[in-house]
Design a protein. Sequence first.
Length: 191
Amino acid sequence: MVTASQLRAGMAIRFEGQAYKVLACDYHPGQGQMGGTAHARLKNLHTGTTWEHNFRAELKLEELPAEKRSLAFLYADAGVCYFMDPGTYDQVDVPAELIGEQARVLQPDVLLPVEFVEGQPVSVQFPEVMEVRIADTAPPTHQQQDSAWKPGRLENGVEVMLPQFIKTGDLIRLDMTTLRYMDRAKGAGGR
């Protein structure tokens, strides 16, 4: 059991019979006889809906244990991403909507931490930056247009906007929160 004042982002709790993941939480101490409150943004782990709630600081909540396992991505089909535990070869299916936009850049055999609460996958954690290879883009132009961008396609078919100097086969670093080009990967010439 934890008190509401101890809630932190990333925790899993049970409130009114439902399992939730804490997305964000701010504690506001009270003044005088007014008790403090914890303002939390929660995601229901069964329905996927999010909502915000104010808890009295002393309210006791059941903390649910979260387990992280490193799983290898296999493939995606009909809105479901399939992962495999490399040690036991057990397969786990994770709905693509649970992963979000980042599901588009998943590549086979990439190991990612998957978080489980009560035996159900609740999140897939991506690194902040991933290195990906450009499968197809227009030839580089050597103009003085520093702000010019061109479309490019990654090996998994995802379209991204690239600077003019990037060419097919280059390895780039992709910001995983925005799915945008950051820079060319170190030592990243063509194949």
